[in-house]
Write a protein that binds this ligand. Structure first.
Ligand code: FES
Length: 151
């Protein structure tokens, strides 16, 4: 589906900006907002390019550079931090062979951090795309990644 076809699903009103950016990002196989997508959005909503770029760069849920098929977002807010989320991140980095903020060479996984995922009662937590995982430990992470490597 082209950017224009996606844009035309929404009324050209500024309050639709976040939903439009989500739709454009989700439609891209590399899970990010291209220059072209952001420029088309600015034209469609009659906004300046810099305001669209500003929003895309402000929210951590958007990316302006290519990412993997699966975005792993690890919570680094206080409750998860208290429950040793750093060990979770270290284990993920070892398993994936990348650092936080990077994408695996096969373009399958991108590892990112996130603010509270609203799962504090079951922390430590992370999300892979829209799926939530709680009570993370080494064996659980290994099993989750094995599962996602097959998807
Ligand atoms: S602090 Fe991690 S889910 Fe809330």
């Amino acid at each position: 589906m082209s950017n224009l076809e996606i844009l035309e699903k929404f009324k050209p009103e500024a309050h639709n900006l976040l939903m439009i950016l989500h739709a454009l990002q989700d439609s891209h196989p590399e899970n990010y907002l291209t220059e072209d997508a952001m420029e088309s959005t600015a034209r469609y909503l009659k906004m300046t390019k810099s305001s669209v770029y500003g929003v895309a760069n402000y929210y951590t849920m958007f990316s302006v550079k290519p990412r993997g098929k699966f975005i792993i977002r690890v919570c680094v807010s206080p409750v998860c931090e208290l429950l040793k989320i750093n060990e979770v991140i270290q284990h993920l980095e070892e398993e994936l062979g990348i650092k936080t903020g990077e994408t695996t060479p096969c373009k399958r996984f991108t590892l990112e951090t996130s603010e509270c995922l609203g799962q504090c009662h079951e922390a430590p937590s992370m999300m892979i795309n829209q799926e939530v995982f709680n009570h993370l430990d080494k064996p659980k992470i290994k099993a989750i990644l094995e599962d996602y490597r097959k998807k």
